[in-house]
Ligand binder design. Structure first.
Ligand code: NI
Length: 204
């Protein structure tokens, strides 16, 4: 079990198309477990392998901690997922992304999708997803094709978000930072000398 570093936009890796998984072995199962650890650590509801720098068509999702959850406490691992059907009815959701810390924008997508994928045992599954899970799964499948949520919004808004992230990157806001050993009590320390803003991103 490990928490993996998440790639923050803008980064060319996030624009790269991932390759199909050819063998579902122990390394894939370990990756899935680490992706869940990483996702829960950042309070996310979905994560694609590309976001931790692994260009494999694989995603994890669990929306159970969200009030809107339509399936409680269920962990999904989708390998080589393919949308085989989507609804004509659309849904707007204010999306965020662990690769775009603290950035949100309304994105319109089909309200429901049917997805064919392989599970961690290598068995083919086909499942219909609705509600927040439908949004989440479509967002993650986009990642596997090098598409990020801001590609769905106006270029004006997109540029604004990218500019903000570039600036924060330059300030070292997303640099690896070991909270366990930095010796600061983040819950009370408002003027410590780290570059990140208290209460943001690192979620403490
Ligand atoms: Ni994302």
């Amino acid at each position: 079990m490990a928490i993996l570093p998440i790639i923050v936009a803008p980064d060319p890796v996030l624009k790269t198309k991932s390759e199909p998984v050819t063998a579902i072995d122990e390394s894939i199962r370990t990756l899935a477990a680490n992706m869940f650890d990483t996702m829960y650590n950042e309070k996310g509801i979905g994560l694609a392998a590309v976001q931790v720098g692994v260009l494999k068509r694989m995603l994890v999702a669990d929306i159970s901690w969200r009030e809107e959850a339509n399936i409680a406490g269920e962990q999904f691992v989708l390998i080589n997922p393919e949308i085989v059907e989507d609804s004509t009815e659309l849904n707007v959701y204010k999306e965020g992304c662990l690769s775009f810390p603290d950035q949100f924008a309304d994105v319109t997508r089909p309200k429901a999708v049917r997805v064919r994928y392989l599970d961690l045992q290598g068995a083919q599954q086909e499942q219909a997803f609705g509600g927040l899970l439908a949004t989440c799964i479509q967002h993650e499948i986009d990642h596997l094709n090098g598409i990020v949520f801001v590609d769905h919004i106006s270029s004006l808004k997109r540029d604004m978000i990218i500019r903000k992230l570039k600036k924060l990157k330059k300030q070292g806001y997303f640099d690896p930072h070991d909270h366990a050993t930095c010796g600061h009590d983040h819950s009370h320390d408002h003027d410590h000398d780290h570059d990140h803003v208290h209460g943001e991103h690192c979620n403490h």
